[in-house]
Ligand binder design. Sequence first.
Ligand code: ATP
Ligand code: MG
Length: 436
Amino acid sequence: MAEKLSAVKGMNDILPPDSARWEWLEDKVRTLMARYAYRNIRTPIVEPTPLFVRGLGEVTDIVEKEMYSFEDKLNGEALTLRPENTAGVVRAVAEHSMLYEGGKRLYYMGPMFRHERPQRGRYRQFHQVGAEALGFPGAEVDAELILLADALWKELGLTDVQLELNSLGQPDERKQHRAALIVYFEAHSDVLDAEAKRRLHSNPLRLLDSKNPAMQSMLEAAPQLMDFLGEASLKHFDGVKAMLDANGVAYRINPRLVRGMDYYNLTVFEFVTRSLGSQGTICGGGRYDYLIEQIGGKAAPAVGWALGVERVLELIKEQGKDIPMPVLDAYAVIPETSALPVALRVLQQLRAAGISVQMHSGLSVDGMGSMKSQFKKADGSGARFALIFGAAELAQGCVALKPLRASAEAGEIDAQTLHRLQDVALWANKLGSPIV
Ligand code: ATP
Ligand code: MG
């Protein structure tokens, strides 16, 4: 036998029945996005590397060490598997002049790639759902996006999700804060770790993000960006807070919330949970009014968030919420291969009428298997009814219908489905095809 191959480390196969949980979540997302008038956008998984280097910032975890980058073998172009999709959406919006007629509300779902150390809630291929509103400067859109995420947690039945909020102000305000930070960190260089020392001058704000326990008390006392915000920035932040308050959405102001990418300004936020251990951030986002211009588009304000699908699904599992699994209406038991042509025609009609039916198929080419083994499969399928394509019934233009679950008779199945299933005999009759 040839050597067995396995999936790339940190990249997962999503198999049934687990994939049904993914489909359920995706359906919920689609429905909710439509209610908030966010439209779907699909951009390529591979983008030019400079898009991320310029968009996310050179001194960020992602650009420094997490990107899957490669060279196009033919023309040498530097390409990268997208580590996130805000930059891709912004590129597409600029490329297609999508803001020409006003703002746009967009959402996406799909795989992202980051070369991280795989662990629970952290993978090398993972999936995000993201929502982005471009072209709108007002705090009401920041609030709308946060409310949209909050509504999604409710739709998914999630509890123990907390909102953390901060404002990063504007670039000039950050510059003053940055200068104050550097002075402060230099004065405390004895407690800085190697990573912090390296970033001290290139990206001091990111030091606040450090999880090193030895640095926590020093970081707690560092100069706060909030104290450097001007009137307009404070007004924007107050606007967001007032709209959240009016909606009864609780939040905690976290002055150390800075987010991983350089592109944010004003509002930044994260939804965190205590139920997932150290990978507790399920969603993060904020305003990025300067990104479009930075990647060569016409300047326009924007705000958005992205959630980690694996973490959200893990949280749903952790909280023991039941997710409806697909149910089969019927399982087709076909005793003899001679009945297959008629059976396939009947099944085709039933499915066209909206009924889900699994066809029995034998495990050898020349037989369908015993009735006993077919019924065993029918039972195991979870179907509510067995349709039996027996020769005697077919000779009379009928198909036998047998409830497989006590509840099927007791009326759990909706009347319309039952009615359609009972019509099977009629279908077979109408088809009137001779049994080969
Ligand atoms: P973290 O601090 O956990 O590394 P991040 O700040 O890098 O997260 P973002 O870039 O804001 O994350 O991505 C948004 C969301 O995507 C995160 O809140 C998380 O739920 C999810 N996510 C990010 N990286 C991964 C990963 N490697 N595996 C699984 N989910 C991830
Ligand atoms: Mg990260």
